[in-house]
Write a new protein. Sequence first.
Length: 91
Amino acid sequence: SSEDDSSQDVEKYKDIRPSWCQPHNIRAALIRQASIDPETIFGSIQPLDMNAIFKGYEHKFRKRTSSANWSGTDALTSREKTEYKIHMGYK
């Protein structure tokens, strides 16, 4: 019957997986990727634009006060960013 054929097809192809998804290959890929700086792939984190996220809402977001402004003197220094990348093992 076609139902039997269908279940046989499922069994036949059940263990066929691409080589990249075999456990030892995944593990090796994760180890290689662990030292890649995400900023080289995604770019640096941009400031959050609440108005763009909540388009169409009546509420208007006001500018942050100095105590909540992380882009001024509280921003990370180049040295802190470099130290973090070294600590994380990024290449």
